[in-house]
Design a protein around this ligand. Structure first.
Ligand code: SF4
Ligand code: SF4
Length: 442
């Protein structure tokens, strides 16, 4: 039984599962320990490494699509995968080392992806995005792939087809070279998991550009298009960036109706936030900003995720919230106002824009002459899928302590791994929002 924060956690009885080889117990899976000598913690650290490597691969895929290859990243992906092969690595320290190395490589891939986004689409700047439909036929783009969006915007220019974003495409509205297109008209829906409702509601053609796609319902599968490695039954796969079938489908579907709109603000790049550095310093030193919170990450519709909205709602007015990923949709409709011109809610972008948060944190450390863990910054992370494992290890690689994590524990972490994460990094589970805020601010 491990202690995670003040919670007692036991992952019994499924502490281990491995079916990597022909010796597997009963021909179905080793679930106590392996004939090969593999112990539960080793099996779980291998799974953890696989998750992190897959997360890095997703970012690397988008980077490669923008024409950037990096030898160090590619080499690590090969080595990291090889370390999880049957009977290669039974060494606990080595596998923890690989996890931390995955964190380091993930920082590199996020940094290169950010640079490639800026090189192609310009430095993001804040944009109030209209949420709701307008008259005219439409294409709704979901996922993370900004290059796909740009190519689609080029090909739909002058066709009368409007383009909308969904989920993690929202931050696209902040990039000058994307927002310059007048027919990028707004956003429909929120996080990835509202897609069945939203894709059903709006009679538009849908383009899924990356992960976090669900198998479609009958009501919209004939107007769903996928690209790259993304594929779901019933949808039409697009070849490269050739969108003529998608555009034809959008036209065939006819016009949407004008809806009453709400707005969401996105597009705070590191440059925008750091242009406020002197003001931020003055406000922190004048005790007008007490603490920064990075609240965000991946999100899912499971029990416990209401924590994040309540947490942000209950933060006192002298705090600033940075956010990113789908986690933002828990609270990005809130008007938190500003502190003498510094917004209290700052949307940094997609999950890979965690690197922007890191860049801001490093710059604030320089500004205040302190180490990362002495900065008045608390990270409150929501997680859902495997990219989140890569990002968590990036933060741990940087030595960030006292991260609060929820809504549930990563299932790959058994008692031994939890003990390590708690004793080394003081990783803490989400608790009660009010009590957590009180503890952090005390
Ligand atoms: S690699 Fe080891 S633990 Fe995995 S199935 Fe084979 S014997 Fe079992
Ligand atoms: S932030 Fe995470 S959960 Fe949301 S769409 Fe991106 S990868 Fe999926």
């Amino acid at each position: 039984m491990a202690l995670f924060g003040n919670k007692k956690i036991s992952n019994e009885p499924v502490d281990m599962f491995c079916y990597q080889c022909s010796q597997t117990a009963n021909g179905t899976g080793c679930n106590v320990s392996g004939v090969c000598g593999k112990k539960p913690t080793i099996a779980r650290l291998q799974d953890n490494l696989l998750f992190a490597v897959k997360g890095i691969s997703a970012y690397n895929y988008h980077l490669n699509e923008l024409g950037v290859e990096d030898e160090e990243i590619n080499k690590f992906l090969t080595q990291g995968l090889y370390a999880t092969l049957t009977n290669v690595n039974f060494d606990l320290e080595s596998l923890v080392g690989y996890a931390l190395e995955a964190g380091k490589i993930n920082l590199k891939v996020m940094e290169l992806l950010k640079k490639a986004h800026i090189a192609n689409y310009g430095e993001p700047s804040p944009e109030a995005v209209q949420v709701g439909s307008q008259e005219g036929s439409g294409i709704l783009v979901t996922g993370h792939d900004l290059k796909a969006l740009e190519e689609l915007l080029k090909q739909t220019e002058g066709t009368g087809v409007n383009v909308y974003t969904h989920s993690e495409m929202l931050p696209a509205h902040g990039y000058p070279e994307l927002k310059k297109y007048d027919h990028l008209v707004g956003q429909l829906g929120g996080p990835w998991f509202d897609q069945r409702k939203i894709f059903d509601k709006y009679n538009v053609a849908v383009l899924a550009t990356s992960n976090c796609i669900l198998t479609p319902s009958e009501s919209y599968k004939n107007r769903l298009f996928t690209m790259g490695p993304t594929k779901v039954p019933g949808s039409q796969a697009i070849n490269g960036y050739e969108f003529s079938d998608l555009i034809a489908k959008a036209k065939e579907l006819g016009s949407l109706e004008n809806e009453e709109k709400t707005t969401l603000t996105t597009g705070f790049g590191a440059g925008v936030v750091l242009s406020l550095a002197d003001k931020i310093k003055e406000l922190v030193e004048g005790e007008k900003i007490r603490r920064f919170f990075l609240v965000g990450g991946c999100d899912s519709p499971i029990q416990g995720t209401g924590y994040f909205r309540e947490f942000v709602e209950k933060l006192p007015n002298d705090t600033v919230v940075l956010t990113l990923g789908c986690g933002k949709y828990r609270f990005n409709d809130l008007d938190l106002g500003d502190i003498e011109g510094v917004p209290r809610l700052i949307d940094l972008g997609q999950c890979n824009d965690a690197i922007v948060a890191v860049d801001i944190a490093v710059a604030l450390c320089d500004l205040f002459g302190v180490e990362l863990n002495d900065l008045p910054l608390t990270i409150v992370c929501s997680w859902m899928e495997q990219k989140a494992a890569a990002i968590l290890w990036s933060l741990l690689y940087l030595g960030k302590k006292d991260i609060i994590l929820g809504p549930i524990l990563p299932a790959w972490a058994n008692d031994n791994i939890l003990n390590y994460l708690v004793s080394t990094f003081n990783l803490t589970p989400i608790g009660n929002p009010e009590e957590d805020i009180k503890r952090i601010l005390s």
